[in-house]
Design a protein around this ligand. Structure first.
Ligand SMILES: [Zn+2]
Length: 67
């Protein structure tokens, strides 16, 4: 998906939307990017940049989401 081709239907009509918050701790988050196929509707979500990924919580942590 990140390369612009849908993994389900091979369409190249991919829309990127900054979307869901991935919480780092109780007050800050990085935004995941949704890659949406306009042909079949498949949605894939990525934390795209290395900087954003480096800010994520440690592997053994588990933060609840705030609603
Ligand atoms: Zn598709």
């Amino acid at each position: 998906m990140k390369n612009g081709t849908c993994i389900k239907c091979q369409s190249e009509k991919i829309v990127k939307v900054k979307g869901r918050a991935v919480w780092k701790d109780w007050r800050s988050y990085v935004k995941a990017t949704s890659f949406i196929c306009k042909e079949c509707g498949y949605v894939e979500e990525w934390v795209v940049t290395e900087k954003e990924r480096s800010e994520l919580p440690k592997e053994d942590s588990l933060y609840d989401t705030i609603t």
